[in-house]
Design a binder for this molecule. Structure first.
Ligand SMILES: Cc1cc2nc3c(=O)[nH]c(=O)nc-3n(C[C@H](O)[C@H](O)[C@H](O)COP(=O)(O)OP(=O)(O)OC[C@H]3O[C@@H](n4cnc5c(N)ncnc54)[C@H](O)[C@@H]3O)c2cc1C
Length: 492
């Protein structure tokens, strides 16, 4: 039996991949509302248009990733991605269409052309999730209302999972599809539960964890208190449709920082906003979408969310600031989701396939869940073929980490240290301070914080989403991914 942990786009695609391959699968789903998939707005990138090509999509993905994209993995993503998106459309997923019936394609930052399919305007994630859930039939066992607490290991191989209700489940393979760790940051667009639990589980089992220093901050998260302690994101597609960013004096500052202005890659736009906020001592800048044609009908979900916050973006610019949004780091895998630990797979945001390098290209992550989820599902039904060298070229800079967390757990203290010292701009003393705070605590969040800090300390340069004020330049010698394993964990 294959055990899939997590039911976002990656977990559902994986479970369907196992079922397609004739395998027996159980899906663990803590709660229908959790995770990032349902929150996705902009859509799914793929080269389905006439005149577009996987090669062009690959070139944009590689450019956005600043020298660290694993080109083999990314080629797999964009090539399989065309088939995956065509399959969704063929299977009747209700994508938005033009009057001639062709799928409408959105433009997002750092894409050379419009190639983002979307659904319900800005409800792409929820529509995709419902579409995948509808395919989960009786052949797939679903356990709801429980989470994975730890992995069971025998002879260095993962053999099952202990659940939070105290029961255990044995499996021939376990697939982690538990999402990323952006909600460890106090200001985040993610569901508060998205705190890297799967990464902590895999790290404790001895898996190689890669690229943890790369955390993507979305430039435009509304700076107003929202229900559920989650920052409300305004999709990049809104800037793609013509919205502009203004500082508190009304100046359109992005063209001072990058010729692509508001459509520069996310890391550039977020770092530019951060610089403006520091310089002016402001808490937010403004997103002016008032000149976007048909704003309310094109972006109905964002329109009602802004109204609920007492804002009318059809008339006024709205306050926005960057917030942690997507995490490139995760459990290192090969092209079929295999990790370095036999019996353990990882897919979706919890994984680090190398397709995003140091900065993910917008709308490539739902695609990653679809493509690598299916691949891992099929591979999990086969024999375990990973022999170490099959993992993509990983740097072994950082090495084995010894972690000895203490006996308290204060999630707020951990988050505040991560937010303060491991944010958009870092330096050595801040990174060390975050590492120290995490070392005073036990639990998954402290362990993941320790991994972010260790990777951030090892990368003494600025690249993509990792910017250091004490190492502002990019060092060509560090054009390598970062890999860590945890050696010793006590009281954790
Ligand atoms: C506001 C927002 C907008 C976005 N917009 C886009 C977009 O337009 N296009 C795009 O490509 N990407 C977008 N993204 C990113 C994208 O949504 C995510 O990267 C993607 O959905 C991750 O899918 P996943 O299946 O890996 O994880 P998730 O969808 O986060 O699912 C993780 C699952 O694991 C479960 N889980 C976690 N821990 C455990 C545990 N211990 N035991 C059992 N289960 C567990 C969760 O409950 C959940 O079911 C957006 C993200 C956000 C937050």
């Amino acid at each position: 039996m294959i055990l899939v942990i997590g039911a976002g786009v990656a977990g559902l695609s994986c479970a369907l991949g196992v079922a397609d391959a004739g395998g027996e699968v159980t899906l663990i789903r803590p709660d229908s509302a959790y995770g990032s998939t349902r929150l996705a707005q902009g859509g799914i990138a793929s080269a389905i248009a006439t005149g577009d090509s996987p090669a062009a999509h690959l070139a944009d993905t590689v450019a956005a990733g600043h020298g660290l994209v694993d080109a083999v993995a990314a080629r797999q993503l964009v090539e399989d991605g065309v088939q995956a998106v065509r399959a969704l459309i063929r299977a009747g997923m209700p994508v938005d269409r033009d009057t001639a019936g062709h799928p409408l394609l959105g433009l997002e930052a750092a894409h050379g052309r419009p190639r983002i399919i979307h659904c319900g305007g800005d409800r792409s994630g929820a529509v995709l999730h419902d579409h995948l859930l509808a395919q989960i039939d009786d052949g797939i066992t679903v356990r709801e209302g429980v989470s994975a607490d730890s992995l069971l290991l025998r002879g260095g191989r993962v053999t099952g999972v202990r659940l939070t209700d105290g029961t255990t489940l044995s499996a021939t393979a376990v697939v982690l599809a538990t999402g990323g760790y952006a909600a460890l940051y106090p200001s985040s667009s993610n569901d508060p539960t998205t705190r890297g639990q799967g990464i902590a589980l895999a790290a404790r089992a001895g898996a190689v964890i890669a690229d943890m220093e790369f955390v993507q901050f979305h430039p435009t998260v509304i700076d107003a208190p929202t229900p559920g302690h989650r920052g409300y994101l305004v999709s990049e597609a809104v800037r793609g449709a013509g919205a502009v960013l203004l500082d508190s004096s009304g100046h359109r500052f992005m063209s001072d920082h990058d010729p692509r202005a508001e459509l520069a890659p996310r890391d550039v736009v977020s770092a530019s906003i951060d610089a403006v906020l520091r310089e002016r001592g402001d808490a937010h800048v403004f997103l002016d979408a008032t000149r976007v044609p048909d704003l309310a009908t094109r972006f109905p979900q964002i329109t009602s969310a802004t109204r609920a916050l007492g804002l009318d973006w059809t008339v006024d610019a709205i306050p926005v600031a960057p917030a942690a949004h997507y995490t490139m780091g995760g459990v290192a895998t090969d092209l079929d989701g295999r990790t370095s630990v036999p019996g353990l797979f990882a897919v979706g945001e919890v994984a680090s396939t190398g397709v995003h390098g140091s900065n993910r290209l917008a709308s490539n992550s739902l695609l990653e869940g679809l493509v690598f989820g299916r691949r891992a599902g099929r591979a999990a039904c086969g024999t375990w073929t990973y022999r170490g060298a099959a993992l993509p070229e990983l740097i072994r800079t950082a090495d084995t980490l010894t972690v000895s967390p203490q006996l308290t757990t204060d999630e707020r203290a951990i988050s505040s240290a991560i937010g303060e010292h491991l944010g958009i701009v870092r330096d050595a003393s801040g990174i060390a301070s975050a590492a120290r705070t995490c070392s005073f605590h036990k639990g998954n969040s402290a362990l993941v914080g320790t991994l972010i800090a260790a990777a951030a300390a090892a990368r003494t340069e600025s690249r993509g989403a990792h910017r250091r004020s004490d190492h502002p330049g990019t060092d060509p010698k560090q054009a390598r991914r970062t890999a860590l394993t945890v050696k010793e964990i006590t009281a954790c």
